[in-house]
Design a protein around this ligand. Structure first.
Ligand code: ADP
Length: 538
């Protein structure tokens, strides 16, 4: 980047009379900050000006070969000298000549030779204006340059973030697929006959698998948010259901620790709102899980209150615990990524320090704010406030997953088609369904799944999305087309994928999938899913 240089006053006198040149030089000799240059040959004036870069020029009006006014015009036409102030030197005080000089581009007019005081004052005055202009131009150029440099840097940073985020999405997919087999097979093994020691070891494997999966999900979320690629949904949903879901998911852990979880929702809180229920659930689960994790006795309370002082409707969610509390000096930093109260936290409680950072980013994406109040040894309360847009009554709350048609134990035998190219995943689903009455057919790619689907009657399709030959999106589209052409009622196709982003769910829905289930799928989830799609008994 160029730095701004400061300019000294530099005078160029163009006059064919050497004696005038000498007289002006003498007048300026004691002015240490003024550099003086003399040019006796008007034909060489342009060249000299280019060499010495004057901040003001004194130009004689009457010279042999060229008149001073043509010279002034020449300076004005040259982009290099266009803006340099010109003082015309004349022998007479003539209004007409003066007017002519100004019309050709002169800035000033003096009769030679004036008193040194006046000449110096005029030189300084015109130079100051010009130097000011040069400084401004230079500052502007430097600003433009740094702006361009910033644009380039921003572009590069954005590209790098996008590349990082794509890389993480790929990694997440690739890690999630084997995790499916690890967690699933551990579940299956835990159901078999084991001695106490084997059971303990396997529980460690399962818990480590779950931690790893949680970490992958957090990193993926965070990088998507950082890359600005996380878009929130805006759909109508039932607020109480989201809160109850979040509490249900965390209840097992609370029960194991002997903690109570209570929910208090004020009557004024609307039944439904417009927003992203998945992300709201994620924030609540994060806060409730933390509250349970850092509390050894007592209870966790989840509350929603309506701020009655504001319109549109603002809701304050709070998660209160009676746990270890957070020292005052650590409270502010906890919403930054990878921040924990101290280094012993990870050793003692596990975790990554990403949860609260994600919560803050999500709340801010929702246009809200999150904060905490805490007292060491007494407990903590995390609160967030968001504006809740209330759906018009004509907008129905989001359809919840259909309730099971039949209790799990009474599900009739179903014909299930599984399309998955990974042998471990096929073995896993097969193992899950071993002691059930269902029949499982398997295909290793979308084309084979389509062939099977068009030849046999199936009640349910489990479709992996990334497969060789024909992927799950195309296979689903082909199946839907086939059904439509024959007037057959569409059968449920559940996308079983390692792709965890909201956009992926949208893509599978667009292809014609009935539901999107993210791997790793647990046995209970699969059985619950089958019960939901089992035809109701006649
Ligand atoms: P993680 O729990 O994965 O470490 P979080 O970002 O969710 O990451 O939390 C960051 C840190 O904030 C935790 O490690 C813990 O030190 C502190 N913390 C969060 N919630 C609570 C709570 N309810 N009580 C006490 N400390 C908490």
């Amino acid at each position: 980047m160029t730095s701004i240089v400061s300019h000294a006053v530099t005078v160029l006198l163009v006059d064919d009379q050497r004696i005038i040149g000498e007289a002006v030089r003498r007048m300026l000799v004691n002015e240490k900050d003024i550099a003086f240059h003399y040019c006796g040959d008007p034909a060489a004036a342009q060249q000299t000006a280019a060499q010495v870069s004057p901040t003001v020029m004194l130009v004689d009006l009457v010279m042999p070969g060229i008149d001073g006014l043509s010279l002034v015009r020449g300076f004005r036409e040259n982009p290099e000298t266009r803006m340099i102030p010109i003082i015309v030197l004349s022998t007479t005080e003539d209004a007409k000549v003066k007017a002519n000089a100004f019309s050709q581009g002169a800035n000033d007019y003096i009769v030679k030779l004036p008193d040194p005081l006046e000449l110096i004052a005029r030189i300084r005055h015109h130079s100051a204006g010009y130097i000011n202009l040069l400084d401004k131009n230079e500052a502007f150029r430097a600003l433009l340059e740094s702006q361009q440099a910033l644009e380039v840097a921003k572009d590069q940073a954005e590209k790098a973030t996008r590349a990082k985020s794509d890389f993480l999405a790929c990694m997440s997919h690739d890690i999630r697929t084997p995790m499916n087999a690890i967690i699933g097979m551990t579940d299956v093994l835990l159901e078999s006959e084991l001695n106490a020691e084997q059971r303990t070891h396997l529980r460690v494997v399962r818990s480590a698998g779950e931690t790893l999966l949680h970490l992958i999900n957090s990193i993926l979320d965070f990088s998507k948010i950082e890359a600005g690629e996380l878009r929130l949904e805006k759909i109508a949903f039932n607020l109480r259901e989201v809160v109850n879901d979040s509490v249900d998911i965390t209840r097992v852990r609370a029960r194991e620790k002997g903690l109570a979880i209570n929910t208090e929702i004020e009557d004024e809180v609307p039944q439904s709102m417009l927003g992203d229920p998945t992300r709201l659930r994620q924030i609540l689960i994060n806060l409730i899980s933390n509250a349970i994790k850092f509390t050894h006795q007592g209870e966790v309370r989840v509350k929603i209150a309506r701020d009655k002082t504001t319109e549109p409707c603002a809701l304050v969610f709070s998660v209160e615990d009676t746990g270890i509390g957070i020292p005052a000096d650590k409270q502010a930093s906890l919403f930054q990524k990878f921040m924990q109260v101290d280094s012993s936290t990870t050793r003692k409680y596990g975790g990554t320090g990403l949860g609260l950072a994600i919560c803050r980013q999500l709340v801010e994406l929702m246009g809200g704010r999150i904060w905490l109040e805490s007292e060491l040894g007494k407990g903590s309360t995390f609160r967030f406030r968001i504006t809740a847009e209330i759906p018009k009554t004509s907008e129905p709350a989001q359809a919840q997953k259909p309730a099971a048609n039949v209790p799990a134990a009474e599900v009739p035998p179903l014909q299930i088609l599984l399309a998955d190219d990974t042998p471990e995943n096929r073995l896993l689903i097969m193992t899950y369904l071993k002691k059930t009455p269902h029949t499982l057919e398997m295909a290793v790619n979308g084309q084979l799944a389509l062939d099977l689907y068009t030849k046999h009657a199936f009640d349910l399709v489990l479709m992996d999305m990334q497969m060789p030959v024909m992927d799950g999106y195309e296979a689903t589209r082909e199946i839907r087309k086939w059904e439509l052409e024959r007037g057959i009622a569409p059968k449920p196709i559940v996308a079983l994928t390692a792709e965890a982003m909201a956009e992926d769910a949208r893509r599978t829905a667009e292809a014609g999938c009935t539901e999107h289930v993210i791997k790793p799928i647990r046995k209970a989830t699969l059985l619950d899913l089958i019960a939901r799609y089992a035809p109701a008994p006649k």
